[in-house]
Design a protein around this ligand. Structure first.
Ligand SMILES: *Cc1c(COP(=O)(O)O)cnc(C)c1O
Length: 433
């Protein structure tokens, strides 16, 4: 197969770079981690995206997680169009947002109340403020390689885009604030115990991606999440599960339902907006009632609970509320990663993968990958060779080894077969130095 023609994308990318930093509105989209020109997307169709030059790709980015039903789902589009016909925003309460809040609180036993916001960043930032406000403590503990959006306190060792670009922290985050963020390696309870021994009385919360998805896909080892729950209880710190990626992606509800652990606060985003900007934070009633106007901790948003986003989220969640949906998604995702692993083995490429529900990660590393240091030890040039051949062969993966991939319910046998055929060529390229 000949490489895709990217003439229109190239010319758009040049124009874009004059008016938008790096030509993109979120850094990883610029392909700095892999090199080359990002295809500019013209439209989506179920499991595929089509770029402005007419190239069609099987899409495993899924808008970085939200599109669990695939692109242009007819029912989601219909609900959004209906909502739009009644008005796009009111800045006033609506019936649909109550329905969405009830549906989500029903799905998550640990969530009595929630507040809708517009992005995952806003959700984690607000949950952090609540944790600090409710405990009166300044410090937080996060894990190396976990990404929780770009709020100042959380941009420390943040995996994902900052890891792709090799940026350790970020200028603009005052040192006085960054100092309050304590870090530990993921899956390392001994390190968390030590951190609590040192800072315990000052720690407001532990925030964690219960299944890490911003350093590839790294599941928690048995006992890790249970240990965090125990330590937080022992030191009266709050446990925050950032399920912006895993919520309704790895199971109905999310990782906390899968693992049977109740965090004090949960952050959601991505899937709950069905491809439009909606996110949420929520948890125990006595915590959530400390938010204004019931309590003194302030948080607000002009477009929070936006009717179009709520309509897309409601329809998406309605469609996910049957157990067989996640069984199908999980089995398709497993067949994909197993197919990758077989082809890597045949090509003699050190490779390990993980998948949970509809998310997966690929590491050019013999494994096991338990934390960010392991993920960073993977063979990046091999990933880049693999990535470019996949793209040429019509498979659209995240342009970074530190991102999870996403399978949607629109992905079928045809897409799986095409992806694995491409992978045979791509692993051969990865093996060739
Ligand atoms: C994507 C993501 C965020 C940030 O969400 P945005 O909507 O991009 O602000 C936060 N936490 C996790 C775990 C994420 O995957």
């Amino acid at each position: 197969m000949t490489p895709p023609k990217l003439e229109k994308s190239q010319s758009l990318f040049q124009r874009a770079q004059r008016v938008i930093p790096g030509g993109v509105n979120s850094p990883v989209r610029a392909y700095r981690g892999v090199g080359g020109t990002p295809p500019f997307i013209a439209r989506g169709e179920g499991p595929c995206v089509i770029d402005v030059d007419g190239n069609r790709y099987v899409d495993y980015v899924g808008s970085w997680g939200p599109l669990i039903l695939g692109h242009c789902d007819a029912d989601v589009l219909a609900r959004v169009a209906e909502a739009a016909a009644s008005g796009t925003s009111f800045g006033a309460p609506t019936a649909a947002e109550v329905e969405l809040a009830e549906l989500i609180c029903d799905a998550l036993p640990a969530m009595d109340m929630l507040r809708l916001v517009s992005s995952g960043t806003e959700a984690t930032m607000s949950a952090l403020r609540l944790a600090r406000g409710a405990t009166g403590r300044p410090r937080i503990l996060k894990f190396e390689g976990c990404y929780h959006g770009h709020a100042d306190s959380l941009l420390v060792g943040a995996g994902s885009g900052v890891a792709t670009l090799g940026i350790p922290g970020s200028p603009g985050v005052p040192e006085a604030l960054a100092e309050l963020t304590v870090q530990a390696p993921f899956n390392d309870l001994a390190a968390v115990t030590q951190a609590f021994e040192k800072w315990g009385s000052e720690l407001a919360c532990v925030i964690v991606e219960p299944i890490a998805g911003n350093m590839g896909c790294v599941p928690p080892e048995p006992g890790f999440l249970e240990g965090l729950r125990r330590l937080c209880d022992a030191y009266d710190a709050l446990l925050i599960f950032d399920e912006v990626m895993t919520g309704f992606r790895v199971a109905w509800g999310g990782a906390q339902v899968r693992h049977g652990i109740e965090p004090d606060l949960t952050c959601l985003g991505k899937v709950i907006g069905g491809g439009l900007p909606a996110a949420a934070y929520g948890g125990r009633r006595e915590l959530m009632t400390q938010m204004a106007p019931e309590g003194p901790i302030y948080q607000a948003g002009t477009l929070s609970g936006n009717p179009l986003a709520v309509a897309a989220g409601l329809e998406t969640l309605r469609r996910l509320s049957k157990p067989e949906v996640y069984d199908a998604l999980e089995s398709m995702t497993q067949r994909l990663t197993q197919g990758f692993a077989e082809r890597a083995r045949e090509a003699g490429v050190p490779f390990t993968s993980a998948s949970v529900g509809g998310m997966f990660g690929c590491f050019f590393h013999p494994g096991p990958v338990r934390n960010f240091a392991d993920a960073q030890a993977a063979d990046e040039p091999a990933f880049r060779r693999f990535f470019h051949v996949m793209l040429e062969e019509g498979v659209y993966l995240a342009p970074s080894p530190y991102e999870a991939g996403f399978v949607s319910l629109a992905h079928g046998e045809g897409e799986l077969a095409a992806t694995l055929a491409a992978a045979t060529a791509a692993f051969a390229a990865a093996a060739a130095r």
